[in-house]
Write a protein that binds this ligand. Structure first.
Ligand code: ADP
Ligand code: SF4
Length: 698
């Protein structure tokens, strides 16, 4: 297949100081929850991006000194020469596939609570740290010696980056992560010396750091500056006009400008709240302020949008974090003209939750993300079949689709059957909910891939029974039959079913199937805490129902803090007129009234309620598995070797977990995993020489 020449512009080389990127695809720094804990897994993940054609592949933030570390979040460290081999492994792996390796040097300043190092954080002023958990830690105002030290630490870290083999280093002043941003922003910087006051003064530290790093390594490494274009809180924060003035002032100092929004929640907005290229208004015109190349992001997945960004002079590089996670081979697919193979990011921010929970990055669209080294999974390739087994997969939700696609890719004969008329399982309905249409890409990508596989047959309207399955003569039956929402209050905070008497009760399945409460007053009880409660409240409020969202949590959709959406969801619900009653459980309902109990005191209160929508928990749809197992005496004559339940039918979870489960089935098919072996590789840090008595001697 050949590429459409209009995309050629994306494959032009671009100079970044002394180094040259082979194309305009720039994987900007992104966190991943692996960092110093999982260096080989991280190196492999980055190498896959390079293999997939990104011209530049950057690290996440690499903390340059223990005076700024953001424990419990797991990032890279450049604290001493001890870190160089780990950093070198990452750079070397990226170089294996002909990409430039970038290291995002970072001193978090007063973003860092230093819970691990216990050093006192530093910033422009004596203020509480600006950290995720409102830690009871204050930063102290930096004096001139602190500034001299900080400049030296940046130089030292840049020299270590050079020794580790990197091509690009960053000075980071973005997203209220990079310490110099606190100097730029007036609301944090009340200094009266030459580092405070005028914009020139507030930008002085950033200018010095760029000059220092250039002086240290600029002869052979490109020096990038990452800066936020707006805090999005109006004039009080660092805003667009100021950002432009800083760039005009420092215009030629770095070799590259990397533009973001601040904070991270504004930079990486979900598809529920922002469309592709949402940062365009903030970066437009920056190129006129500097001759240096400019990289920007905006969940770019469409090659046409990318071309427009270049042709219209908005950007020089197409920056991507999430699109490179969802499809590490995005550049390669565009280069080869394989547009239909692009696995587009759905903008769900499950990837972000990996960093926020200090676990490992995961992706709804790309189940191999984070598993490249641990489990040997690749986003594009899978080993060929090892037998001529025929596989029946029942259920064409995210899990069944992924299992069918990957087994099909391995070359097996697969039948995918669903009782419905469309592919997608839960997503057939969920993609129609407010703000979730982009989630349909999970289905569309897989449906497109399956359509091109002659060895996978799809059967619709097939409500299969155990007898049917035994008749068909498949060697393996996989049940990806999903889950149903519970019709009672059993979930996290209450493990018993409240008495709801004569109340009209609906579940999310009912609402998604088109059923609506008879009454106008709706009590939506959310003990699930992810997106469903908030989305249904928004839907019903939009249709004119008077919705009260009751939740035992402190806020609506509280887990979405991990996807950086909670504040937007809560704001939207308030704007739609939804009443939010936090810290309440639903105890009972009768005669048009519900009794709620305070989660702290147990004190009860009565509220009117016409109908109740329960968003509590889900039950696996696994009856078919049981009836097949009941017939195990007939398996042999039917040629059936195994029956396996996967995805939501095994244990209901996120869409990402269902896709991952389908992938796991396809990966492990025709193997016999050892139940006593660890299911994945892990890296154990090397032990230092140890003299217990010397340490404990008085
Ligand atoms: P997952 O998230 O694990 O992929 P879903 O709930 O999204 O699960 O999808 C399950 C799919 O299985 C649904 O499309 C449902 O219609 C289908 N299904 C469930 N039971 C049967 C059955 N007995 N025969 C055929 N299809 C079934
Ligand atoms: Fe995109 Fe969601 Fe994957 Fe993140 S987890 S890269 S937002 S599809």
């Amino acid at each position: 297949m050949s590429r459409d020449p209009r995309y050629d512009v994306l494959f032009e080389s671009v100079r970044i100081g002394p180094v040259v990127s082979k194309n305009r695809f720039f994987q900007v720094p992104h966190c991943n929850g692996m960092g110093y804990r999982d260096p080989s897994a991280l190196a492999t993940m980055r190498a896959v991006k390079a293999q997939g054609g990104w011209g530049v592949v950057c690290s996440e933030q690499a903390e340059i000194h223990p005076s700024a570390e953001i424990c419990p979040f797991i990032e890279l460290r450049v604290w001493s020469d001890q870190d160089v081999p780990m950093l070198a492994r990452i750079a070397d792996s990226i170089h294996e596939y002909d990409a430039l390796a970038g290291l995002q040097l970072c001193h978090n300043g007063m973003n860092a609570p230093n819970l691990y190092s216990r050093e006192i954080p530093m910033g422009p002023a004596d203020l509480p740290v600006f950290s995720v958990f409102n830690d009871p830690v204050q930063a102290r105002a930096m004096d001139k010696q602190d500034i001299r030290n900080l400049r030296k630490w940046h130089r030292d870290a840049a020299l270590r980056a050079k020794r580790a083999g990197y091509d690009i280093v960053y000075v980071y002043a973005g997203k209220l992560f990079g310490g110099p941003m606190f100097f730029l922003s007036r609301r944090f910087n009340d200094r009266t010396d030459e580092y405070g006051g005028s914009l020139e003064n507030r930008a002085r530290l950033l200018k010095e750091l760029i000059e220092d790093v250039k002086d240290a390594v600029g002869d052979s490494l490109g020096v990038g500056c990452r800066i936020s274009m707006d805090e999005m809180i109006g004039e009080e924060g660092f805003h667009a006009a100021e950002a432009r003035d800083v760039i005009a002032h420092l215009g030629e100092a770095p070799d590259l400008w990397d533009l973001t929004l601040s904070s991270w929640d504004n930079d990486s907005q979900t598809s529920r709240f922002a469309d592709e290229a949402y940062q365009e208004p903030f970066v437009l015109g920056v190129k006129q302020l500097t001759t240096k190349p400019v990289v920007g992001v905006g969940r770019f997945t469409s090659p046409d949008t990318m071309v427009r960004m270049i042709r219209q002079g908005v950007l020089d590089f197409i920056g991507a974090a999430r699109p490179s996670i969802a499809d590490p081979f995005l550049p390669e697919k565009i280069r080869e003209g394989r547009m239909e193979d692009i696995r587009e990011c759905i903008g769900c921010n499950i990837c972000v939750s990996g960093d926020h929970t200090a676990s490992i990055v995961r992706c709804t669209q790309n189940p191999a993300m984070g598993e490249e080294w641990r489990r040997g999974w690749h986003p594009e390739y899978i080993r060929p079949k090892e037998s001529d087994s025929r596989v029946l997969i029942v259920g064409a939700g995210p899990c069944g689709l992924e299992a069918a696609m990957m087994l099909g890719r391995r070359g097996y004969n697969v039948a995918l059957a669903d009782r419905g008329k469309a592919l997608g399982g839960r997503l057939v309905q969920e993609r129609r909910l407010p703000g979730l249409s982009a989630w349909g890409r999970v289905v569309d990508y897989r449906a497109g891939q399956l359509a091109a596989m002659p060895n996978v047959e799809i059967f619709y309207d097939s409500d299969l029974t155990a007898e049917d399955m035994l008749e068909f003569g498949f060697n393996h039956v996989v049940l990806a039959t999903g889950a149903v929402w519970r019709r009672d209050t059993v979930s996290r905070n209450m493990l018993h079913a409240a008495s709801l008497m004569d109340a009209e009760v609906l579940t999310p399945d009912d609402i998604m199937a088109g059923k609506r409460p008879a009454a106008r007053d709706v009590l939506l009880y959310d003990d699930d805490h992810y997106y469903m409660g908030g989305v249904l409240a928004e839907l019903l409020a939009g249709e004119g129902f008077a919705v009260t969202l009751v939740t035992p949590a402190a806020e609506a959709s509280s887990w979405t803090h991990n996807t950086m959406e909670q504040h937007r969801i809560q704001a939207r619900l308030i704007e739609c007129g939804v009443t939010i009653r936090a810290h309440r459980t639903l105890q009972k309902a009768a005669g048009g009234r519900a009794t709620l109990a305070c989660t702290f005191t147990g004190r009860a209160e009565e509220v009117p309620c016409g109908a109740i929508v329960l968003v509590t928990a889900r039950l696996p749809r696994n009856r078919l598995a049981q009836s097949l197992r009941d017939k195990s005496a007939h398996w042999q004559e039917a040629g059936l070797h195994s029956v396996t339940v996967i995805g939501d039918a095994l244990a209901p979870g996120t869409i990402a977990a269902a896709v991952w489960s389908g992938r796991r089935y396809a990966e492990e098919f025709d193997t016999t995993p050892d139940p006593d072996a660890l299911p994945f590789r892990r890296e154990v840090a090397e032990l230092l020489p140890f003299d217990l008595h010397a340490v404990l001697a008085r």
